[in-house]
Design a protein around this ligand. Structure first.
Ligand code: 5GP
Ligand code: ZN
Length: 141
C-alpha cells in the first residue's frame, strides 16, 4: 500500500510528524491517541494508506497482523499500565464515528472501577424481522 501525501496518519505512521510511539515495525506504528478515552488509548496505524477496512480487506495477511498487534498492545496495557481489560475498536465511515480516513485500530485500556465502554444500548428485534435482516446481509455477501 502506498502513502497518501495529504493524509495526516500517513505522515505520523511514517515518522514525518512526531508522535508518542509505543511500537513500530516495518508495517505499523502504534501511537497514543491525542484525545484518549482512557490513559494509554493507543492507535495502530499501518504505514501504507487505506481509508478503511474495506480498502484493507484484499490484504488479509496485513489485516490479520494488525489485529494480532492489537492483542499484543492490549496485553502490554494490562501488564504495563495495570489495565483490567481493553476494548479493540475500529470505525468505518462518518456514521460510525470515523474522523480520520486512514485505517486504524483503537486499543482502549479499561481500569478497575473506571468507565466501561458500552457502545450501544441493547435493543430487540422480533424473530421474523431478525431473520429478514440476516437474509439481507447473507444475500449481500
Ligand atoms: P476515529 O474517530 O477516526 O476512529 O479516530 C480518530 C482518532 O484519532 C481520534 O480518537 C482522535 O483523538 C485521534 N487523532 C486525531 N488526530 C490525531 C493526531 O494528529 N495525533 C494523534 N495521536 N491522534 C489523533
Ligand atoms: Zn493515510
Amino acid at each position: 500500500m502506498k502513502k497518501d501525501d495529504n493524509c495526516i496518519f500517513c505522515k505520523i505512521a511514517n515518522g514525518e510528524i512526531p508522535s508518542a510511539t509505543v511500537y513500530e515495525d516495518e508495517e505499523f506504528r502504534a501511537i497514543l491517541d491525542l484525545g484518549p478515552a482512557s490513559v494509554g488509548h493507543t492507535l495502530i496505524l499501518p504505514k501504507g494508506h487505506a481509508a478503511d477496512i474495506l480498502e484493507m480487506k484484499e490484504d488479509t495477511a496485513l489485516l490479520g497482523r494488525a489485529f494480532a498487534l492489537a492483542g499484543k498492545i492490549g496485553e502490554a496495557q494490562k501488564k504495563g499500565l495495570k489495565a483490567a481489560g481493553f476494548n479493540v475498536v475500529q470505525n468505518n465511515g462518518t456514521a460510525a464515528g470515523q474522523t480520520v480516513f486512514h485505517f486504524h485500530i483503537h486499543v482502549i485500556p479499561r481500569y478497575e472501577g473506571g468507565e466501561e465502554m458500552v457502545a450501544w444500548k441493547p435493543g430487540s428485534q422480533e424473530e421474523d424481522a431478525r431473520n429478514k435482516t440476516a437474509e439481507a446481509i447473507r444475500a449481500a455477501l
